[in-house]
Design a protein around this ligand. Sequence first.
Ligand code: PLP
Length: 795
Amino acid sequence: MDKSIFAKALESQLRSKYNTTVENALDWQLHECVSSAVMEHISPNHAQSLEKHLSGRRAMYLSMEFLMGRAVHNNLMCAGVYEDVEDVLKQHGRSLGELETIEDAALGNGGLGRLAACFLDSAATLDLPLDGYGIRYKYGLFKQKIVDGFQKEEADNWTKYGDPWSVRCQQDAVNIQYADMTVRAVPYDMPIIGYGTDNVGNLRLWQAEAVDDFDFNKFNDGDYTGAQAKKNAAEDISRVLYPNDNTSEGKKLRLRQEYFFSAASVADAIRKHKARFGSLDELEKYLTIQLNDTHPVIAIPELIRQLVCEGYDFETAFEKAHKIFNYTNHTIMAEALEKWDCSLVESVIPKVYTYILMINERFIRDMYSKGMDKKDIAAIQPVAGGRVNMAYMAIYVSSYINGVAEIHTEILKKDALKKWYELYPERFQNKTNGITQRRWLALCNKELSALITRLLGDSGWITDLDRLKELAKYADDENVLGEFIRIKKTKKQQLADFIKQNDGIEINPDTIFDIQIKRLHEYKRQLLNALSIIYIYYGIKDGSIRDFTPTTFIFGAKSAPGYRRAKAIIKLLGEIGKMVNSDEQTKDLLKVVFVQNYNVSAAEKLVCAADVSEQISTAGTEASGTGNMKLMLNGAVTLGTYDGANVEIVQEAGEENNYIFGARVEELADIMPDYDPRKLVFENEKIGRVLEKLIDSNFDDGGVPSDQEGSFKELYKALTDGASWHVPDHYYVVGDLESYVAAKLRCNSDYKDKLAFARKCWLNMCSAGKFSSDRTIRDYAQNIWKIVPVSKRGV
Ligand SMILES: *Cc1c(COP(=O)(O)O)cnc(C)c1O
């Protein structure tokens, strides 16, 4: 892009849209016009790429969530114009930094949605014909404020100041039919700019609108509200992202949402294929669809339904669906598995329900013909007990099913989906998750990126992360490590500045930054971290812990609004902070900070400032994790359990360079049946006094009655007595506490030798190549989707 042409385009945009200049434009006006100018620049490539993707076999990625974050800086970098644009702005006394006030596109909850975003980035960069399909929520994930230590939610109207990175494609709108209404699905396309290539991927987000949005007769009759009613009912469907991470609610509107974007995406695929090839006879040769978790699984009976409408018989349609669909499993936790009540599905989408039943019948026939007995069939049939098991339907129809880390896939095969694995062993694959090094290193840590590029002699690592291995030879080079330490210090200072501004709290960059950032969940065990801080606090006070290296414990986490126990844990962290931050004996040694509104933009600041990455889920519960990879890539050691991708992180970077603790999956299987946390609390005085703190009334939980969730006493009871739906301490917090504290203290002591600790951090960074989503996506492309880069297609 020619700088002076860009400058002219920017000036003309600002003049025509807002009658202003680069000097005087408001942040959001500047954002709008910088973005529009770059959009214009890339739009020929975007159009050409869309066309190219359709000219051969391609993959669709269906996901209820895309946690994209802020687009502008990443897009400028990937388009290769970041420095040019910054130069132009500088000439007018402006800077790209000012655009940090622009809202994130937070159309996702956490890891699952961010994975989808990283995948699109990697596929675009690798020239792979993969396009994303999802929902254009009007309100993304809520904004979190901490008021008196409590989480408060605010609506996230992310397009308030426009959405310059989307193009409305009215011509591709489709009607979606429910039993009681028909809704228009209007697509908005976002370019996914590949790095160092002309290929531009596409994210198509569907927005729900009324078919005819205004009832003129009602209006004339004076019924002003009634005139708007249909419009509102239609728009409700894409109004808001459900804020639950890893839980399924079974709500009617949620089912409508799932069907809405699944059906629209399937219709889009069919229409495009027919337009190009005349018939659908070879659809499966040109199309493969990845289902990100079970949320889009309703696309399976819907595709069959649409094919039958096109004149195919059920059996032919089923075979096509079998060849087209693949399913990614993200969790085995019961509360996350989607099982829809048959009555609900039948009442909302009766025509689709018919095909669900036909799939189920086909399954039963299929199993009888294999000689399976009735009981075994009943155990895994997709429709049973008045509910549709979406995972089972997906596995039965799909070509491939994958887990997201080695340990997770093994658990699927040996335990959670054992019967299915025995039936179809050839369908199961592992695809360990990954992250894009464009956003999670090149963009968020320009200082470290510059060092890496200088040492390697070129910036090839940005598209080939395995090159970081070559840097392992500097692990004992004091000059390089010295520079690495200085960079970490700079990033810690930048984070301190951000936290000052975001939360009004001062933190000291000369302390250890020990960071736990992720959704607030019992299985992720922020409570374990909290209890360990109380443990250490008492240890420092009674002199049993000496020479403690000053540490700042940093948390960032949103709780689902209705998840009372998670909200209690947020409040608890605040109370612990008050205690340790103000105690004369500990305030220079311990500091606890809660960063409000954790999102992608905050993550970009946090991951590069960590010394210690907290990945402490109960073994067997975190399918993969991707936060762990972001922190590793930026040179933090992992303090974690043998869970998810931590296992592979340690395999790559060496156990000696990380801090692994706690019961393993196999051990927990033996322990849990007769686990009694009360015994530990009773016999171990140090554990006892930590737990006591939850009930001794020095901490203020806002006065919630003790039998209610949200209170600290209820947290105590969950750990000691359990609850109606779970055994005492079902995530083994108390059981792992001692080994966790021991690992934490070992790490704390190791930090005193700055060079030795930096060496561990360095080697973690050098070993992060495997965790590039480029590796993950290549693996999907070769072994599931069977697609090749558009640049390598025969002409
Ligand atoms: C990466 C990321 C996550 C996922 O973190 P985990 O530690 O893997 O759970 C969640 N939210 C945001 C904003 C992220 O960037």
